[in-house]
Design a protein around this ligand. Structure first.
Ligand code: HEC
Ligand code: HEC
Length: 229
């Protein structure tokens, strides 16, 4: 009896100690991702414009590839940066800088940028207007409309619009616009996600989805977004 009482007493003490420790455990806070801390360093879009148009040391002028005002010249494979969210631009530049997204053109450029440069460039591109809609030459393919608008149940594929917006204009800071991106750029990214060569997508979401897309799906989607307002 005595032993039992002792055991119960010990168990009770343990329970009280554990609950007390739980109550003291602060919370469920996660450290801020690097890009978020870096984006907070500057809100100076003008400083970003200066680097974009004139470059800064080894970071050559962004406009040389991404075009004046963040709209690349027709026929080039470079992404449009105009009006992408500042958060998304900052995340990509940080990813290139640390090698989480690899590209032989962008990595050395991003490595030459300071935190303040990245923040001001992100503010600059985020402040620009979305390029005007390119008149679609032909009616969009039924397959692209299906993937974008409703998805494909047979492939357990949600609609692109769920995350990238009905107009392909993005739905949040890290859910980028796809509309008005050159077809070659969109296709290259989808193929890179599919092959796992681009792997900076949180929770591997784009790698999982792109792995279910065929070459002809990817072509249809590239053309579709290039022609969508
Ligand atoms: C020599 C050409 C070139 C120059 C100059 C250049 N870029 Fe890029 N940029 C590229 C290419 C090519 C890609 C796509 C790379 C890939 O597939 O990951 C890219 C991608 C990007 C992306 C990712 C866009 C997205 O939609 O995910 C950002 C952001 C970016 N560049 C910003 C910049 C900034 C800021 C500068 C100037 C400091 C700059 N770039 C200068 C060629 C260039
Ligand atoms: C569950 C949400 C989700 C769905 C659904 C989704 N995406 Fe994405 N997509 C993302 C996220 C998140 C990123 C940004 C990854 C990063 O942080 O670099 C992304 C990035 C992309 C990019 C790269 C954009 C750029 O500027 O480099 C392309 C292209 C893309 N998605 C195409 C598609 C297509 C096409 C579909 C439909 C077949 C689709 N996505 C469906 C979440 C999604």
């Amino acid at each position: 009896m005595k032993i039992l009482r002792k055991a119960v007493g010990a168990a009770f003490t343990l329970l009280v100690t554990v609950s007390a420790a739980r109550a003291q455990t602060p919370a469920f806070e996660r450290p801020l991702p690097a890009w978020q801390t870096i984006l907070a360093v500057s809100t100076d879009a003008e400083a970003g414009r200066a680097i974009a148009t004139s470059g800064k040391g080894a970071a050559v002028a962004c406009s040389g590839c991404h075009g004046a005002n963040g709209v690349p010249a027709a026929g080039t494979p470079f992404p449009r940066l105009a009006s992408l969210s500042a958060e998304y631009v900052a995340k990509q530049l940080v990813d290139y800088r640390v090698g989480a997204r690899s590209n032989p053109m962008m990595e050395p450029i991003a490595k030459a940028l300071s935190d303040a440069d990245i923040a001001s460039l992100a503010r600059y591109y985020g402040s620009l207007k979305t390029p005007p809609a390119k008149a679609a030459g032909a009616a969009p393919s039924a397959r692209a409309l299906q993937l974008q608008g409703t998805g494909d149940n047979a492939l357990a594929m949600p609609a692109c619009a769920n995350c990238h917006g009905h107009g392909g204009d993005g739905t949040g800071p890290l859910l980028p616009a796809l509309a008005a991106q050159p077809a070659d750029y969109t296709m290259a990214q989808l193929k890179a996600f599919r092959a796992g060569e681009r792997n900076n997508d949180a929770d591997a979401v784009m790698r999982a989805l792109a792995s279910r897309l065929s070459d002809s799906d990817i072509r249809a989607l590239g053309d579709y977004f290039a022609g969508t307002p």
